[in-house]
Write a protein that binds this ligand. Structure first.
Ligand code: SF4
Length: 459
C-alpha cells in the first residue's frame, strides 16, 4: 500500500478533524448514560460469546514532558498512588461481577500516564488482582500490551513484564536529538532504548511499538532524519508518528515550550513527507493516519483478514471484543454503549469509595450512528467501502441512505483523494494521508461549513 504526499492537497484538506478512535466521538458523550444503564447493558452482553478486551489506566508520571496533552498526574507521592490502586481494585471488583467468567480476556492494554511508574510489586499485585477477577486467555492468541516509558525500566524490568504475561510493548520515544529532548524535558538515550528493545526480543515480546512526535521544538528535517536513522536500525514492529499540537492555552505544561522554537508548518510538512518516504523505503507498511507496521506485524495481518479496527489505542486488532475500561477517565465500549469514567482522580475515587461505578458519561449508539461508524471504519481501516457489501451487511441501500454524503464526496473525488463510482468509494494514494477529512463527510455531528477548532489538525 503506497502513499502519495501531495503538498497542495495536504494544505487544503489537512485541517482540523476528529481522530475517530470512536464514532460518535467522546465529544458527544453525555450524562444521560447512567451507571445503571451501563450495568444492565453489560449483564445483557453475557448472552453472547463475545470475548473481552481490558483497558487499565495508570495516570501517574515521574516528571512532566512539556508537550504532553494526556490525562496524567505528575507526582512522587506514593500515598496518592496507593490510594488510587485501592480504588482501582474496588472498581475491578464492581466491574468484573458484570461479566461471566466464560468470557475470556483476549486483549489487555495498560495505558497512562505511565503504567511502568508502578513498582514491580504494584504491577504484580495489579495483574494478580485482574487474573483473580477475570478469566485470562493465556494462549498465543492473547495480545497483552503495556505502554513503557524507557526512563522507568531497565532490562530486568522488561523481563519481569514478560513474566507477567505481557507480550506487546509500546515505547514512548518521540525524538532522539538531545536539544529536542532538553526542550521537552524528556531525556533518554538511543543506547538505553536499544538495550530495552533487544531484551524485549529475547524475552519473547511479539511486537514492539515506538511512538514518535514531529513538530517538537528545535526539530528540523535533518535532525528528525537522524532520529529516524536510529529508529529504523532498531526495527520496531510498529511505529506511530504523531503530529504535535501546540495548545498552550489548554495544556499548561506546553507553556514551557518557546513558541519560536517550534518548526514552521512547511518544515513540519517536510518532516512528515520525509518520514513517510523513509519508513516506506525501509519496508514499513502504511496502516493509516499516523501508523506504520512491518509486513509480518499483526496490524498488517488484521487489515488483510478484516479484523483491524480504530479504537482508543488508535489502530488495533481484536475487533470482535467488548472493551471493559478500568481507571480514571477510561472509556469502555460494550455492545452499543460507550461509557467513560470520571476524568479527575478526586471524583473517580469518591465515586468508587461510595460503592458506585465511577462512570460519568457515555452514549448509546443508535442505528444511524452504527451505520456511520461502519462507513468510517471501512474507510479508515481498509481504504475502501464497497456498496454491495455494505448493503448486505446492514440491510440498506447505501446510495439512497448516504445520498447527501455521496454528494459531499464529489469534490474530494475531483481533487483525487478518492475514486467514487456507483459501486464503491476507494481511497487513492493521495487521499490515504487525509483519511480524517474523508471520514468526516460521514460525521453527522460536525458542522460541515466550519473548520472545527475542537479537534487537532489532521496533518
Ligand atoms: S508524555 Fe507520557 S510520561 Fe510524559 S508526562 Fe505525558 S503521560 Fe507522562
Amino acid at each position: 500500500m503506497t502513499v502519495c504526499f501531495d503538498t497542495e492537497l495536504v494544505s487544503r484538506y489537512g485541517g482540523r478533524g476528529p481522530r475517530y478512535t470512536s464514532y460518535p466521538t467522546a465529544l458527544q458523550f453525555s450524562e444521560e448514560l447512567t451507571a445503571d444503564l451501563y450495568r444492565e447493558n453489560a449483564l445483557a452482553s453475557n448472552a453472547g460469546t463475545v470475548p473481552l478486551s481490558l483497558y487499565v489506566h495508570i495516570p501517574f508520571c515521574n516528571t512532566l514532558c512539556y508537550y504532553c496533552g494526556c490525562n496524567k498526574i505528575v507526582t512522587r507521592n506514593q500515598a496518592r498512588v496507593e490510594r488510587y490502586l485501592e480504588m482501582l481494585y474496588r472498581e475491578i471488583d464492581m466491574q468484573s461481577v458484570l461479566f461471566e467468567r466464560h468470557r475470556k480476556i483476549e486483549q489487555l492494554h495498560f495505558g497512562g500516564g505511565t503504567p511502568t511508574y508502578l513498582s514491580d510489586k504494584q504491577l504484580h499485585e495489579l495483574m494478580a488482582k485482574l487474573r483473580d477477577a477475570f478469566t485470562f486467555d493465556d494462549s498465543d492468541k492473547r495480545e497483552f500490551s503495556i505502554e513503557v516509558d524507557p526512563r522507568t525500566v531497565d532490562r530486568g524490568g522488561i523481563r519481569r513484564l514478560a513474566e507477567l504475561s505481557f507480550n506487546r510493548l509500546s515505547l514512548g520515544i518521540q525524538d532522539f536529538e538531545p536539544v529536542v529532548q532538553a526542550a521537552v524535558n524528556r531525556i533518554q538515550t538511543p543506547d538505553s532504548v536499544s538495550a530495552l528493545v533487544e531484551t524485549a526480543r529475547e524475552a519473547g515480546f511479539g511486537s514492539v511499538s515506538f511512538d514518535l512526535i514531529y513538530g517538537l521544538p528545535h526539530q528540523t528535517v535533518a535532525s528528525f532524519d537522524s532520529t529516524l536513522e536510529l529508529v529504523i536500525a532498531m526495527r520496531p514492529d510498529r511505529l506511530a508518528v504523531y503530529n504535535y499540537a501546540h495548545l498552550p492555552q489548554r495544556f499548561k505544561g506546553q507553556r514551557m515550550i518557546n513558541d519560536a522554537d517550534i518548526p514552521l508548518p512547511e518544515v513540519k510538512l517536510e518532516i512528515l513527507h520525509r518520514t513517510i518516504d523513509r519508513l516506506c523505503d525501509s519496508g514499513y507498511e502504511y496502516i493509516g493516519m499516523d501508523h506504520f507496521a512491518l509486513p509480518d506485524d499483526e496490524l498488517v495481518r488484521a487489515r488483510a483478514n478484516g479484523t483491524l479496527q480504530r479504537n482508543f489505542q488508535g489502530y488495533s486488532t481484536h475487533r470482535h471484543c467488548d472493551l471493559v475500561a478500568l481507571g480514571v477517565s477510561a472509556i469502555g465500549n460494550i455492545g452499543n454503549v460507550f461509557a467513560q469514567s470520571a476524568v479527575t482522580t478526586m471524583e473517580y475515587e469518591a465515586l468508587v469509595e461510595s460503592g458506585r461505578l465511577p462512570l460519568k458519561k457515555g452514549l448509546v449508539v443508535d442505528h444511524d450512528d452504527s451505520l456511520r461508524a461502519a462507513a468510517i471504519q471501512a474507510l479508515m481501516c481498509y481504504d475502501e467501502l464497497a456498496f454491495d457489501d455494505f448493503n448486505a451487511a446492514h440491510d440498506i441501500d447505501f446510495a439512497t441512505y448516504f445520498a447527501v454524503e455521496l454528494e459531499r464526496l464529489r469534490p474530494l473525488a475531483e481533487d483525487g483523494l478518492i475514486q467514487l463510482d456507483s459501486s464503491a468509494i476507494i481511497i487513492t494514494d493521495k487521499g490515504r494521508l487525509l483519511l480524517r477529512s474523508i471520514a468526516m463527510v460521514f460525521d453527522r455531528y460536525i458542522d460541515h461549513a466550519q473548520n472545527d477548532n475542537r479537534f487537532s489538525k489532521a496533518i
